[in-house]
Design a protein around this ligand. Structure first.
Ligand code: SF4
Length: 179
């Protein structure tokens, strides 16, 4: 029979994975992905019916949803937001810019995808991804909230080391300018 501590831990684990609180951070894209995230939270797609709640304080967040490319201006802020979130936490990179810099890749202040700065767990392809795809990305990150993990390094972008890369559909493929 499980003791009170084990029962409490199981209850917390269940709450986290059944009602993830998200922190939305725009690194500096064109806002297309941000509009889709807002649409995901609005009544039409209503992510809240799955317990997904958007919070403003990183210390309350479970999943960091990042849009836009990593860039010199926002690098320290993104890292700070990530560091403020308590374990267990997950990072979902939304859109082509967050994955590899997208249409901004090659610009002087662009570092590439947000994986250059924080360890990304799920890459959601598209420019911008649809609300259904964003929800798919959040759902793919849920198992990561069950247990705290040891400190992880930035991934550098989509690679075999990435935990999940949602399979891009034909209309989601974006040509990247040579850097
Ligand atoms: S992926 Fe496309 S829609 Fe999203 S921020 Fe970049 S350019 Fe805008």
């Amino acid at each position: 029979m499980r003791g009170p501590r084990a029962l409490w831990q199981a209850w917390v684990r269940r709450s986290r994975t059944k009602s993830p609180w998200i922190v939305h951070f725009d690194c500096g894209g064109c806002n297309g992905c941000d509009i889709e995230i807002l649409d995901t939270l609005m009544p039409r797609f209503s992510a809240e019916r799955f317990g997904v709640i958007n919070v403003g304080d990183p210390r309350q967040g479970d999943i960091l949803l990042v849009t836009g490319p990593a860039n010199l201006r926002n690098a320290a802020v993104l890292r700070s937001v990530y560091d403020q979130m308590a374990e267990p936490k997950a990072v979902v990179a939304v859109g082509s810019c967050a994955a590899h810099g997208g249409v901004f890749r090659g610009a002087p202040n662009i570092l590439g995808g947000v994986g250059e700065l924080v360890p990304v767990d799920v890459f959601v392809p598209g420019c911008p991804p649809t609300p259904e795809r964003i929800l798919e990305g959040v759902i793919a990150a849920l198992p990561l909230l069950a247990e705290p993990r040891t400190a992880r390094q930035a991934t550098g972008g989509p690679s075999p080391m990435s935990i999940v890369m949602l399979e891009p559909r034909e209309e989601e493929v974006v040509r990247v300018p040579a850097s």
